[in-house]
Design a protein. Sequence first.
Length: 475
Amino acid sequence: MNPAPLWTGGQAAKATGGRNTAEWAATGVSIDSRSVEPGDLFVALEGPSFDGHSFIAAALDAGAAAAVAQRRPEELPETAPLLLVEDTLAALTALGAAARARSEARFIGVTGSVGKTGVKEALRHCLAPQAPTAASTGSLNNHWGVPLSLARMRPQALYGIFEMGMNHPGEIRQLTHLVRPHVALITAIEAAHSEYFASIEEIAKAKAEIFEGVEPGGAAVLNREHPFFTLLVERADAAGVTRIVSFGRHPEADARLINCSLHGGHSTVRALVGGKLLDYCLGLPGAHWVMNSLAVLATILAVGADLRAATAEMATLKPLKGRGARQVLPLPGGSFELIDDAYNANPASMQAAFEVLQKTPLGKGGRRIAILGDMLELGRDSERLHAKLAEPIEAAEIDLVYTCGSNMAALHNALPKARRGGHAADALSLAPLAAAGLRPGDTVLVKGSQGSRMALVIEALASLEGDPARAANGE
């Protein structure tokens, strides 16, 4: 059975002001010709190092229903289905706005320095069993990703969850006016992207831009214990958002933690949310995820969904690839556990990951090992912030630390010699060094900013096939 069209040529032309060269109907939207599905509308964006118009033919060959383009590539026949527009990014944004306008869903906007993708996925996981739910895919949270995610939203959805990211002031302002959320959640504010801001307070002000797009009568969801709680409340009020739903340990929090028990692979939580006492098992480990779960429940309270049904889904939450996913891998004489947290990193998320590693049980004779790449976009404080990681590493009783990158050299030098596993210039060079030092029973955390390419270490360790010498030899 063929899915109903998401966009017809007529609808898309009306939304974008473009002109169709043929009739078409699309069941999805894509901006990457490599992942086009049959029936997709391919949008040919122009980037700093590529031009999507060069891939229109490949997208159509892969089954795309049509392509949004600023011009017809010479190799395309006259009959090729195109939606011709003046600017393809503006057209994608217009499609997103049209999808938002035709929707009757309750919209949730999520931002924060840490945790926003995980919390967005947890909200999707908890709300989808209650009603049709749309959400951003992965980390599609910028000026391309947000309109793309909106354009993919089916009209039948009753909840829409959209992540908004930024590394400069003003960026969230544009995104929130596009999403127009009914509920705006700020997960946490930490020293991330601080290269572009004079202080953490400036980061808080930039995150507070999300309130400017909140629909009348909407709500802001905030951590009641955060140092910038009062500032964020003031910013919300200035934007016309007077309903504040808070979470945390604070006695006045609307979603209040009463107690919790942390374990290696999960946590048990008791919380008072909207006056309801809730006991639940959380399938994601770590104190940071206990707090994230309260943020999720506060948001569900704010959006008016079923709290008890949501808590029932908490136990089945699983870590995402690059964000805590685990696998047990073979070694001669046994195995080791690999924690893949390689997608991104900042000081707060590093500390949270170390605490999870500390709680994870070891095999017989095993050690806790951290393989760390540079934290990026930390500005003039970068060297100090990297060196300072030695403190939570010691507190978490991590036995051995391997590092790579120019920034992580500061941490390597700050560690006592007994904890230094080794240092390399980059992830590719570090992978065989770290692999050669593994032994059965170890639990290994791999973490770093995406630009440090720690996924290469994950790939190397996952392909050992029981023989660390192969990685050590570059095989």
